[in-house]
Design a protein around this ligand. Structure first.
Ligand code: FPP
Length: 256
């Protein structure tokens, strides 16, 4: 697979439009894209219209991560709990996923985005799973932005799966010691550093089974803006807020 062409606004060169400092940007951002349904309901529209608009918002944020050279973005697209929504909404979200990963794939590929699905992909309808896997394979060597798409993802399920693997390894006599790293390497995010910043839109202030292990020292940013209205300017606000935080990772500041 040859080196991909990148669009002019893309890339890692200094960008005069940048409103956040290029120094101290997060390496890995996680986003809980909440509020699609309420955004639509507030406008007298069906909830699914909010999801469609949410996909547009995601597009803008992916592009902004590329522009800012943020290397990893993990988005919560569909949780293990979301299967319990009305069937029509689940079907719509699956269709939307398929549509986005079909219609946008060439563009994302051209922009150097590597799509990595994380979650219980076996739960997905076959056409969706096939397209998700195709997107992952096609974009596997892209390096501008790693886009982890959490689909049928639940953090407790992810940790449980890691524990099951540990038990298997122990039974086979392949386990002498368990460290934090042993567990981290058995999670979907094994190759990624922990998220520096987790953003949740839509006004709720909780993690809802998203990256529970990985978020131990993440900075959390909660926005009251509903996800479909979360523009790149709102994203920049979160980044500026992040850049003001002092991250001590449980230690003390020795200059104090
Ligand atoms: C939460 O809003 C959002 C979801 C359950 C789905 C997230 C999906 C998107 C942002 C669409 C783009 C993703 C793809 C590629 C399919 P909610 O419905 O829980 O909102 P509410 O809290 O207002 O009900």
């Amino acid at each position: 697979m040859g080196k991909k062409l990148v669009l002019p606004w893309w890339g890692r060169k200094k960008n005069t439009e940048l409103e956040v400092s290029p120094k101290g940007l997060p390496h890995h951002v996680g986003i809980i894209m909440d509020g699609n349904g309420r955004w639509a309901t507030a406008r007298g529209l069906p909830r699914v219209v909010g999801h469609r608009q949410g996909a547009e918002a995601l597009r803008e944020i992916v592009r902004e991560c590329g522009r800012l050279a943020i290397p990893i973005l993990t988005v919560y697209a569909f949780s293990t709990e979301n299967w319990q929504r009305p069937q029509a909404e689940v079907d719509f979200l699956m269709e939307l996923l398929l549509e986005v990963l079909t219609d946008e794939l060439e563009t994302l590929h051209g922009e150097g985005v590597r799509i990595v699905p994380i979650g219980q992909l076996g739960d997905l309808p076959k056409p969706v799973r096939d397209q998700v896997e195709y997107a992952a394979t096609l974009t596997a060597s892209n390096e501008n932005l790693k886009l982890n798409m959490a689909i049928s993802y639940g953090s407790r399920q992810e940790i449980l799966k890691a524990v099951e693997s540990l038990i298997d390894m122990a039974v086979r006599g392949e386990l002498t010691q368990v460290t934090e790293m042993t567990i981290a390497k058995l999670l979907y995010t094994a190759e990624d550093p922990d998220p520096d910043l987790i953003i949740r839109t839509g006004g709720e202030r909780r993690l809802s089974n998203f990256l529970l292990w990985q978020s131990a020292y993440s900075e959390l940013y909660f926005s009251d803006v509903m996800w479909p209205d979360f523009t790149k300017e709102e994203f920049q606000k979160a980044l500026v807020d992040y850049q003001k935080r002092e991250r001590r990772f449980g230690k003390i500041d020795e200059n104090e």
